[in-house]
Design a protein. Structure first.
Length: 315
């Protein structure tokens, strides 16, 4: 729900399935990943059928980079058969100044024009998941928290939105409508923690950027997004910006970063300071989002820096 700060060309593409998984290269997707690269996707079935080892391989074999939510902008930079290389301008990254790079199946994207896609107001999904409905109220597609779609008009109990497949509807109670140019209302650290608490127990997914599964930095990115802040996609980039916070001045909602070699090596993890010496984070494959003590843990030894992207005065 952050304001759009990047410039768009007259013609671009948007994600046309509930979640587009972004791969390192066209050869990265395996036969077992069919539900993730199909149109439509079956993201829940994909995640549920993967074994622990197959999930770990998404990271250890450098297969997955990030994900796009339904309607999120992608800029195509290269075509290779049925696959395209893209950058994602809404996900800042040192890997590419134009946005996070990676490969996706072309059939998971839809070409749109700036004139048709950009509207005065945008509707953001604020529930964990929400069903888009057709005009008759029949469910069409199950989309994730923080899916943002152009608003066409408000009705009594639902909002008409523009999707890659045309007009659809979302119940009023599961969306927040905000001015596209200004972005959503800025929250503070307590608001960030309140958003994060709803996902305790959600299984970790490497590269995950949806409420079907987050990785550590995807969790940090989306809880900030929900409160009006755009931050970098990866933990190492997130640690390079924002305001550095001394450990004795930590407040709930601050980001904690962890590095190998007891805090002296490269950054590999991020979580939110929860208060009272605790952290809320998406830890690793095989574990869900949790609230955990820092004292006498590996995290206490590996803590290397804390950053704040929100302002205490924000409400």
């Amino acid at each position: 729900m952050f304001k759009q700060t990047f410039q768009l060309p007259d013609v671009f593409h948007v994600a046309a399935v509930q979640v587009v998984t972004v791969w390192t290269n066209p050869e990265s997707a395996r036969e077992i990943d069919e539900h993730a690269i199909s149109d439509p996707t079956k993201i829940e079935q994909w995640i549920d059928q993967l074994t622990y080892e197959e999930k770990v391989a998404l990271c250890n074999e450098n297969r997955v980079q990030t994900q796009l939510l339904y309607g999120e902008v992608a800029i195509i930079t290269e075509v290779k058969g049925d696959w395209v290389k893209i950058t994602i301008p809404s996900q800042p990254s040192k890997k590419d100044n134009n946005g996070y790079p990676g490969w996706v199946p072309l059939n998971q994207l839809k070409q749109v024009t700036k004139d048709e896609w950009l509207r005065a107001e945008t509707a953001a999904v604020t529930s964990k998941q929400a069903w888009l409905e057709n005009e008759s109220g029949e469910p069409i597609i199950n989309v994730s928290y923080m899916t943002c779609l152009p608003e066409i008009k408000k009705e009594a109990d639902r909002v008409e939105v523009l999707t890659p497949q045309g007009a659809a509807y979302l119940p009023t109670e599961v969306v927040d409508v905000f001015p596209t140019v200004e972005g959503g209302k800025l929250g503070n650290g307590a608001n960030i923690i309140e958003a994060a608490e709803k996902y305790v127990g959600l299984d970790y997914l490497w590269g995950g950027m949806s409420a079907f599964g987050y990785d550590c930095s995807g969790f940090a990115y989306n809880m900030h997004k929900a409160n009006g802040y755009q931050i970098s996609r990866d933990a190492s980039d997130q640690a390079a910006f924002g305001k550095e916070v001394p450990y004795d001045e930590l407040l709930p909602g601050d980001l904690l970063f962890f590095a190998y070699e007891e805090g002296k090596g490269s950054i590999h993890h991020v979580g939110f300071y929860y208060g009272d010496g605790k952290m809320i984070h998406s830890p690793m494959t095989g574990r869900g989002i949790e609230i955990t003590e820092l004292k006498d843990t590996k995290y206490e030894k590996e803590l290397c820096i804390a950053r704040r992207y929100w302002e205490p005065g924000d409400v």
